[in-house]
Design a protein. Structure first.
Length: 494
């Protein structure tokens, strides 16, 4: 055992922290940290839970296990999708009543569509057609509605929903201060205390009152841009003051299922025809613009180049999908048109592809593609500089995280035994083989100034993945006790 511990000590010593713990590889624009304390949650569909017996022989629960080990609090919440239609109660047998009751107690929503009126289900439409179409809506189908559970985090004054492909570039203290009523108009001498969007649907909030919700809109998903075209709320970013009453209203919306499918006019016959309209991106504007009692909420549409920055092009492209402005249109095979995606004549004030990340607060890796796919950052386009800096910031965050996880934890208390002489105990990376792997995964050859050694080539196969942490202090303590117990047994047998 002593020889083994000496070997581990030597392995750890090979990684001299004075050479590898380099803040120059950390984010360049991260600021000095925020003033607000926070807790990180993962909202998880029970079907993907590691506690689900159906997942014991597959990898469905691995993601939740890893995130929980990293410090996230895992919340099991069912999607709020209307999975079935509830017939009138007098037509239900007692057993069916029990069945529906159990589903509803579990958090699932049953549909009770209006029988009469302009939003009623047509007689020739299948009762399950809405839930069937929701299955493949947007990026993630039913699971998009899991995001609504952010309204249920009522133990917190504010709750922030971010997609996993998001990046916090700087603290959101300014937004939190305004939402909580700590910053008013008189505090900023009649200037807007927050960067408000400039789109045709933007309403200027009352900055003399607390704000209940902050979001950005997704003009890239509009199929036929005009000033009056319905626009979804971008599904990767939402900040709210949690409220169980608001969450119940969303359940009621889903239960009524008033989404017109043929033609596809959407929720309330007005909010549809864009990407993600059936689920999160469509139900949010429907609630805030049609369902919520007038004057109850004070919401803000933020400048999408500052919050939820995606480096997107505000103009339509000759390509069938949204594309960044090409530097050489002939070479790239597509070009910008003069038509703005928000329907305005001039949209140069929201040209996010030209906004440097130093001026943004949060970013969302959609157009720039995913860092763990070793994105090329859209070369040959105006967005390449912005995307490259965003990618560098993401890899810088990973480097800083790893460096902190490599630090020894001064608060870890060991038993007063020979184990005290072992100096390779660390915060979350504390096994010698784990430390070796962390440094090995930094030796990629692709453009090291941007990818910081985490990529060998473009594409997901070129990525050197983040090394899983060994565990929290409790896990370290268990390992110590196990080794001590084993040592005691050896001594006894000798």
């Amino acid at each position: 055992l002593k020889e083994n511990q000496q070997r581990k000590r030597e392995q750890t010593t090979n990684h001299n922290l004075s050479n590898n713990f380099n803040p120059k590889s950390w984010p360049n624009y991260g600021g000095n940290g925020g003033r607000y304390r926070y807790r990180a949650y993962v909202i998880l569909n029970p079907d993907a839970s590691p506690k689900n017996e159906a997942n014991k022989d597959n990898n469905s629960g691995d993601c939740a296990k890893i995130l929980e080990n990293m410090g996230y609090t895992v919340l099991h919440r069912p999607p709020l999708v209307p999975l079935y239609e509830i017939p009138p109660s007098n037509e239900l047998a007692a057993t069916n009543n029990t069945y529906y009751d159990e589903l509803q107690k579990s958090g699932y929503v049953g549909e009770q569509r209006s029988i009469y009126g302009p939003l009623s289900r047509p007689h020739d439409e299948r009762p399950d057609l809405l839930s069937y179409n929701m299955l493949n809506d947007g990026c993630c189908g039913y699971d998009e509605l899991l995001k609504l559970h952010v309204y249920g985090l009522v133990e917190h004054e504010l709750a922030v929903h971010l997609d996993f492909d998001s990046l916090l570039l700087r603290p959101m203290d300014d937004l939190f201060d305004v939402m909580l009523g700590k910053t008013m108009m008189e505090d900023v001498k009649d200037q807007s205390p927050l960067p408000v969007a400039k789109g045709p649907h933007t309403k200027v909030p009352d900055f003399n009152k607390p704000i209940h919700a902050a979001f950005t809109r997704d003009y890239n998903s509009v199929k036929h841009p005009s000033l009056n075209a319905p626009v979804g709320i971008q599904g990767g970013f939402l900040v709210v003051k949690p409220s169980l009453e608001v969450l119940d209203r969303f359940k009621t919306i889903l239960r009524r299922g008033e989404f017109l499918l043929d033609p596809r006019k959407g929720w309330g016959g007005k909010f549809g025809g864009f990407y993600g309209d059936m689920t999160f991106q469509g139900i949010l504007p429907y609630y805030y613009e049609m369902v919520a009692p007038e004057g109850e909420h004070n919401e803000i549409e933020l400048d999408r180049c500052i919050y939820n920055q995606m480096a997107d092009n505000p103009r339509k492209s000759t390509h069938r999908f949204p594309r960044a402005t090409p530097l050489d249109p002939e070479k790239m095979g597509f070009s910008d048109t003069t038509k703005c995606r928000d329907g305005r004549e001039d949209c140069s004030d929201t040209d996010c592809q030209r906004v440097h990340p130093r001026d943004s607060v949060t970013a969302h890796f959609t157009f720039c593609h995913k860092p763990w796919d070793c994105s090329d950052g859209l070369p040959g386009t105006v967005a390449h500089e912005t995307c490259s800096v965003l990618l560098r910031e993401w890899y810088g965050v990973r480097r800083e995280l790893e460096d902190w996880w490599l630090l020894k934890d001064p608060n870890f208390k060991r038993a007063k035994t020979w184990w005290d002489n072992i100096d390779d105990q660390r915060n979350l990376y504390w096994k010698a083989e784990t430390v070796d792997q962390v440094y090995e995964h930094r030796s990629g050859s692709l453009n090291v100034s941007t990818y910081l050694g985490y990529c060998d080539s473009f594409g997901e196969n070129g990525y050197r993945s983040l090394t899983h942490p060994d565990g929290w202090f409790e896990e370290q303590e268990k390992a110590v006790k196990k080794e001590l117990k084993h040592q005691h047994k050896l001594s006894f047998h000798e």
